[in-house]
Every structure is written in structure tokens, then in C-alpha cells.
Design a protein around this ligand. Structure first.
Ligand code: ADP
Length: 529
């Protein structure tokens, strides 16, 4: 062990009271104290904050922590003050401070008392702050929720785009630490490029949460009754139920209450006091269930949430992963149950209608992944992990049997010839088409795009017409997850062959296809307001 390591362990104990680093923390901390640009991808609860807090506490100068959420910053600052019992050890700098408060912050930084300074990205654009920060020693800049930088993330924030320029103005060679809990390969690439840290030491923890059970049920008009039954089967357990609209939150919370379930609503339309009270009631276990919009959950660290129900399907796998991730943080059981009706997807699409075209296309692509997840019959865990660029062995992997599709497997059949047909068409159409178009080619549907490429005159046109479009779509999804096909994200989903796909075409082998669910789109009572 080097002397730095020994010191870090001692500091870990001294400041945080922990005997050991968790997961990849030690490597990350080492990388930061050695002044390297560092990229940390860890699921929620992985212990990201300590990754930059500890280096900040042991290094000279002040670390700037960029975070999008004022509430989260405040929590962290309070926690740090508690740990060190030095009031000025951490500060938030933002526009709500009075002149005198800003003065105190600046003085504490100048005197070297402050080791961590939390700022929102928009505050960093203030010339006055930039001038001041240029005059002090900065140990590093940590960018929390770094996926906000990417349009391909689930929470794009344009102000994150200027960070690189601002950090450059703060001083030469200031190490940058980017942290995120949600990063598909595309988002990861965006983060590194945008911040200009392609040389960063990257630490990626597994996103597998083996103690979470994933389940999707068709959403019918009886969804409320289904939810009530589920909650009653889990008496006394803490759970979160997510709805898309405030109205639905209110209605469902009431329905649960009249059915004898202790539940409170939570959404941004409630006044701050009520919100805080309901949150506390949930944390203190005065109520079992909180019915909420996505406004609830950021920074909520209740370890024993036993279930997360999605009354409405969220807009991306990232959101879904994040929201379900609030279950079972203590390692105990966590049931993630989503109710799915295709109708809800159409509603979400309508929502996007007014947005700029590029944003709509991205939103649509993210939503399609969500549909694929909801409709798949393969291992849900494998599906999610694949989405995050991670391999998962659906037979022996940790938590492999923790999903509905594995517990109640759907039928499988040999699809070797169909896969070969599909891949050959992707190849023959010169890898220019998205999944939907490939399905049209297979089933022989002529449209303007197909006509313009004269694809309808090709010998392979309509060679898959004995099967339904839905079948081919399912096969494409499974071929994607199996790594035979890939989607080109820049062109919003054009399919192309991977090396494995090319090999398959040369010597086709067995491919057991899982038969997908067919969800009837039943009338439902969801109101998105
Ligand atoms: P994230 O930001 O990745 O969601 P947090 O930083 O909030 O995660 O940490 C999650 C939890 O793990 C917190 O309760 C924190 O106190 C705990 N934790 C972090 N590091 C350690 C460690 N080395 N040993 C034990 N617990 C830790």
C-alpha cells in the first residue's frame, strides 16, 4: 500500500466513519488526488458523492461541485458540515444569497476553510463569481449529474454545455471529474467530448441491481384495483407509486386512502410545506405509500423502499431505471412493477409534439426503447443492462431469475432462418433503414421511402410477408440485444450489422426467439394533464 492509500483510509474513517471504500470508490479517489480527469459512472446509491468529497477534504484549495439541484446541494452541504463540525467547510453559492452571505462564502474560501463549493451551472456564468474563483486555488471541478450535458440523456440542460468554456476560464489544467448514474454508451461519449476529457480515467460500476424484481403487467381500466390489491398483499411495506400527471397522483392517492391504505400525494403543484410534510411522513414511516410525479425521489435516501410501481410508463429507460432504483437500496427485496398500455406511449408522443424536431426524434427513440422493454419476453434485467452497454448472463448472472419473464417464461422457437433473412435484408438495403422500414420491406409494404430506393423491385422485397410486422419487430429487438444488429444513434435508429451479425450471415447458427407478449390496448382512465 502506498502512503497515499493509507492516508486515504484514515481520512475515510476520520471524516465519514467508514472502514472501507465501497465498490470503485478507492480507485476514483486515487485518480482525483493524483489530479487526473476522472469519469465516474455508478448507479444511484453507489456512493458517488464520497468520490469527490473525500479528495476535496484532503487536497489544497477548494473543489467546485456543479449540481443541477439546489435541494440536493443543500443536503450535501448540511451533511458535510455535520461531518466536520466546521460551518465553513462547504458552501452553496447561488443567486438567493444576500450580499453579506456571499461575502462570508468568499472569505471562507480565501482563508482556505471551505473545501467544497456547490454551484448551479447558471451561477457559474456570473462574471463576478468567475473573477473571484480565478483568484483562488481550485483543487478540481466535479460535475454531478453529468448526463445533463447530453441531448441523449434523459435530463438535458443546455446550461451544462458551457461548462467546459467556463472551467477553462477558471484556470489552467484544473482536473475535471464527471459523475453520472445514468449513462448509455452514447451519453458517455457526449460527456467526455463535451467536457474535453476524452483522456479521463473512467470508472464504471455495474448497473445490475440483483435484489430488484422487474415485472410489467398490461394496464387495463382496472389498474387502480390492481394496484390496491398489490399494496394490500404487501402490508406495512414502504412503496412509491409514480404517475405522470398531478391530477392522477391526487386521484390515486385518494382512491388508496378510501381503500384503507395509508398514502399521501406528492407533486410540484403542492405547496412547499405540504410537500415537505408528505415527504417526511414517508421517510418517518407515518405513511406506507407515496403517490407521486417524478418530482419525488431526487436525493431521497430511504433504504427500505420495498416496491416502486409505475402507474404510467416513463419516457425513457433511464428514467425507469432511476425511479425503480429507489427500491431496495438496503439490498433487501424491491419489487418494480410497471403497468403498460401502448395508449400511454401515444400520449407521451403527443406531449412531444410542440418541441423542436431534433428533440422530438430523440424523445421518440428513447420512448421506443421503453416500448421494447415493456413488450419484451426476454430477461428484463438483460434488456436494461444491455441498454447501459453492459453484458449480462441471463442464466447464471446475479439476480437472473428476478423478473416475470424468467419466472414465467414465454415459449421459444428456432428462428435461425428468419434471423438470416432479416440480416440479409439489412445488408442488402445497404444499412440505410430503421427498424420500421426493414419491417416494411420484409412484409412487403410499399411507401414513399421504399419507392424512392426502388426497394420494392428487389428480389428480397416481401420475403417475410407470411409473418406479421409485430413478429419481425420483435425479432429485430432480440437480434439487437443479442448483438447481431446495432442501431446508429446519430441517425435516430438506422440498423446495421455488427461483426457478430456478419459472422451469422456467413454461417447461421441456432437462434431461439422468445415469443413476445401481445398487449391488448385496452381503454384506460389515464389522464395526462
Ligand atoms: P449516489 O450519489 O451514488 O447515489 P451516495 O453518495 O448518496 O450515492 O451514497 C449512497 C449511500 O452509500 C449513502 O448512504 C452513503 O452514506 C453510503 N456510502 C458511501 N460510501 C460508503 C462507504 N465507503 N461505506 C459505507 N457506506 C457508504
Amino acid at each position: 500500500m502506498s502512503s497515499v492509500e493509507i492516508d486515504l483510509h484514515k481520512k475515510l474513517k476520520q471524516y465519514f466513519g467508514f472502514d472501507q471504500f465501497k465498490g470503485l470508490q478507492e480507485g476514483v479517489v486515487q485518480s482525483i488526488v493524483n489530479n487526473h480527469n476522472t469519469f465516474v459512472i455508478m448507479p444511484t446509491g453507489g456512493g458517488k458523492s464520497l468520490c469527490y468529497q473525500l479528495p476535496a477534504l484532503v487536497q489544497d484549495g477548494v473543489a467546485i461541485v456543479v449540481s443541477p439541484l439546489i435541494a440536493l446541494m443543500k443536503n450535501q452541504v448540511d451533511a458535510l458540515r455535520g461531518l466536520s463540525s466546521v460551518e465553513g467547510i462547504a458552501h452553496v453559492l447561488n443567486s438567493s444569497l444576500t450580499k453579506n452571505e456571499v461575502k462570508t462564502v468568499m472569505q471562507d474560501i480565501r482563508e482556505g476553510t471551505t473545501k467544497l463549493l456547490y454551484v448551479a451551472p447558471e451561477s457559474l456564468t456570473k462574471e463576478e463569481y468567475i473573477d473571484f474563483l480565478r483568484s483562488v486555488k481550485i483543487s478540481f471541478v466535479a460535475i454531478d449529474e453529468a448526463h445533463c450535458i447530453s441531448e441523449w440523456g434523459h435530463d438535458f440542460r443546455p446550461e451544462y454545455r458551457n461548462l467546459r468554456t467556463i472551467i477553462r476560464r477558471l484556470g489552467d489544467d484544473i482536473p475535471i471529474i464527471a459523475l453520472t448514474a445514468t449513462a448509455t454508451p452514447k451519453v458517455q461519449e457526449d460527456i467526455l467530448k463535451n467536457l474535453g476529457i476524452t483522456d479521463a480515467n473512467t470508472f464504471k460500476a455495474s448497473f445490475n441491481r440483483p435484489n430488484l424484481f422487474y415485472e410489467v403487467r398490461p394496464k387495463t381500466k382496472n389498474v387502480d384495483a390492481d394496484i390496491i390489491r398489490f399494496v394490500k398483499q404487501n402490508p406495512g411495506k414502504s412503496g412509491i407509486i409514480y404517475c405522470l400527471s398531478r391530477k392522477r397522483v391526487e386521484e390515486l392517492a385518494q382512491t388508496l386512502q378510501v381503500n384503507g391504505i395509508s398514502a399521501v400525494p406528492y407533486h410540484a403543484g403542492l405547496d412547499a410545506k405540504t410537500r415537505a410534510r408528505h415527504q417526511d411522513m414517508f421517510l418517518m414511516e407515518d405513511v406506507d405509500v407515496v403517490v407521486a410525479t417524478i418530482a419525488f425521489g431526487m436525493g431521497i435516501d430511504k433504504p427500505d423502499v420495498r416496491f416502486v410501481i409505475h402507474h404510467d410508463i416513463p419516457k425513457s429507460i433511464e428514467s425507469y431505471y432511476q425511479e425503480t432504483g429507489r427500491a431496495g437500496r438496503d439490498g433487501g427485496e424491491g419489487h418494480c412493477l410497471a403497468f403498460y398500455a401502448y395508449k400511454d406511449i401515444e400520449k407521451l408522443e403527443k406531449f412531444m409534439a410542440g418541441k423542436p424536431v431534433a428533440e422530438q426524434e430523440i424523445g421518440h427513440a428513447l420512448l421506443q426503447e421503453m416500448v421494447a422493454y415493456a413488450e419484451t419476453s426476454m430477461s428484463r434485467r438483460k434488456f436494461i443492462l444491455h441498454y447501459f452497454g453492459e453484458e449480462f448472463d441471463e442464466v447464471n448472472g446475479e439476480g437472473a431469475d428476478m423478473d416475470d419473464n424468467i419466472r414465467n417464461p414465454k415459449k421459444k422457437h428456432e428462428a435461425k432462418d428468419d434471423v438470416a433473412k432479416l440480416l440479409a435484408i439489412v445488408k442488402s438495403t445497404k444499412q440505410k433503414f430503421k427498424a420500421k422500414e426493414i419491417v416494411n420491406v420484409l412484409t412487403g409494404k410499399i411507401n414513399a421511402l421504399i419507392k424512392s430506393h426502388k426497394t420494392d423491385e428487389k428480389p428480397f422485397f416481401a420475403t417475410g410477408q407470411e409473418k406479421e410486422g409485430k413478429y419481425w419487430m420483435a425479432l429485430i429487438r432480440q437480434a439487437l440485444v443479442a448483438g447481431l444488429l446495432k442501431k446508429e444513434i446519430e441517425t435516430y435508429g438506422v440498423l446495421f450489422l455488427t461483426e457478430a451479425g456478419k459472422n451469422f450471415l456467413e454461417s447461421p447458427h441456432s437462434f431461439m426467439m422468445t415469443e413476445d407478449h401481445t398487449y391488448e390496448t385496452t381503454e384506460d382512465d389515464t389522464i395526462i394533464a
